[in-house]
Write a protein that binds this ligand. Sequence first.
Ligand code: AMP
Length: 297
Amino acid sequence: MNADHPFALLGLAPELLNAVADLGFTTPTAVQSQAIPLALHDPDAHTQNDLMVSSQTGSGKTAAFLLPVLHTLLSQQQAKLAEEQRRWAEQVAAAEAAGEPLPKRARRKDPTNPRHFKPTVPGALVLCPTRELAQQVAHDAIDLVKHCKGLRIACVVGGLPYAVQIARLQNADLVVATPGRLLDLQRSNHLQLDQVQFLVVDEADRMLDLGFSDDLAEIHRLTERRRQTLMFSATFAPRIQQLAARIMRQPRRVQIDTPQEKHSSIKQVMFWADNPSHKRQLLDHWLRDTSIDQAIV
Ligand code: AMP
């Protein structure tokens, strides 16, 4: 992907741009071109913006939150790796200078061995209201990290056997979850949430509809040290704004106007009635019109 490609202009890492190209995305959707730069960096501030985004399913919202979060996780991981390599080179140089045997690299422990069990400590958490949505989001995330060496995605949803879930969770950097199962695994110490830097609440309106308000409050408390919260919702209804006020710091709003779908086979007409009696007469007239097959009044 070349530097003036529409996605490259958003400032994303080359590994992610390659994945976007593999997926065949040529131009960012409206929600992506507005939310990604805001989520990545605010030139006026040293922290990252909290965002409240109104967008519908099908708008490309999943990549709009996954790409900036993965971008930061990736650059942190690359910085950590470079630092480890620098330290290693220093140790080797010091050993050579002192004529000592070269240090041995620590061997990776087999994570499937229960004796080496360590709770998973993700850097990013995406909450979804349903198992199907969580699986879809995790699937999209796996596609997007295809070229990122060592960034691991896990999906935590109800209905999977615990042993399978725990095995798949090991060393995950980004966890996509439904709230109930996530809290189960946190309480049983398979998962630690205090290092979460990025919290995404996807379909916040459905989350409240499904009664996850208390779970959200608990997850908000457990991830209190995070640096960014991104909330996506179909609407900014008052209850969503109340939730935003509870879990976000002065969020920037991104409102995407979804163009009304036009159906060529549907004709919409408005008739003004002078008064209720006129309205009934009009209605009576249309109901008697046998040339109309289907109509909604
Ligand atoms: P979402 O709203 O996240 O459920 O995305 C809806 C669909 O749009 C998914 O199938 C995505 O793979 C696809 N999509 C997301 N972003 C783009 C893009 N920039 N260009 C083309 N398709 C996209």
